[in-house]
Design a protein around this ligand. Structure first.
Ligand SMILES: [Zn+2]
Length: 248
């Protein structure tokens, strides 16, 4: 595919990508012509949105119904005390646009819906702590062949899993989630979480998104689990659940 040439400003801005094996001019142009939807602008959405904006992903759609609260600031590092009370999507855009004025940012101050998912994103990054939203995104992405990255974190631990639904329909998020969506979902609201754990897991989500956009993702349905207290990583290869109500 032929891309528009990079400006001098862009050549300098992205010079560390341009030098890299596996990115280069074609890869950077690919990122600049991509669209990523980020659902949830909290502890995971902070590093995800910062890294994808800085990397030059051409269009970011930000989706979150919440406003910034004092109790968010211990981990949601794109906000400051002055942003308390502001919509997270608006505050995030104010931080991200000066970081990279080359990109386009759409704001959706609401929970994720099928209408928002239907805006043509290449990758959907789930940074919510809401099971109903996760299952909605998973099913829509599975059915429409959109790459999907889910993650969660609590306490000292976190997990990331990516689904290459563009090429691969062998397993989905529903296959690995055994709980009824009406059950109480364990969240960091109830159990707490350390900020840097969200930084590690959110950075892994951003890395996974970039790999998907560059066509370099090859760990469909593999869950990476991190225990930050004991310095342990575990990679789990999961299998399809025959009675999965999302993909079965
Ligand atoms: Zn499934």
């Amino acid at each position: 595919m032929a891309y528009a040439p990079l400006s001098n400003e862009q050549l300098l801005r992205y010079s560390r990508h341009l030098l890299m094996d596996g990115v280069g001019l074609d890869g950077q142009s690919q990122l600049m012509n991509s669209h990523v939807l980020i659902a949830g602008l909290g502890g995971l959405g902070s590093p995800v949105s910062s890294y994808l904006a800085a990397a030059g992903v051409g269009r970011l759609s930000l989706c979150d119904h919440d406003t910034v609260e004092l109790s968010n600031l211990q981990r949601q590092v794109i906000y400051t005390t002055a942003n308390i009370g502001q919509l997270k999507v608006d505050s995030a855009k104010e931080t991200l646009m000066p970081l990279n004025p080359n990109i386009i940012i759409d704001c959706y101050p609401q929970s994720v819906t099928k209408g928002i998912l239907n805006q043509g994103a290449d990758v959907v990054v789930d940074c919510t702590d809401n099971l109903d939203s996760k299952l909605l995104m998973n099913k829509f992405c599975y059915q429409n062949g959109i790459d999907y990255i889910s993650a969660s974190a609590m306490g000292w631990e976190g997990q990331v899993i990516g689904f290459d639904f563009k090429k691969n329909r062998t397993i989905c998020y529903g296959c690995i989630s055994n709980f009824d969506s009406k059950d109480q979902v364990l969240t960091c609201t109830n159990f707490g979480v350390l900020g840097p754990i969200l930084g590690v897991i959110g950075s892994l989500q951003a890395l996974t998104a970039i790999k998907m956009l560059l066509g370099k993702f090859n760990s469909h349905g593999e869950m990476q689990c991190y225990d930050g207290l004991n310095n342990r990583w575990l990679n789990l290869t999961l299998e399809r659940r025959k009675k999965c109500d999302q993909c079965g």
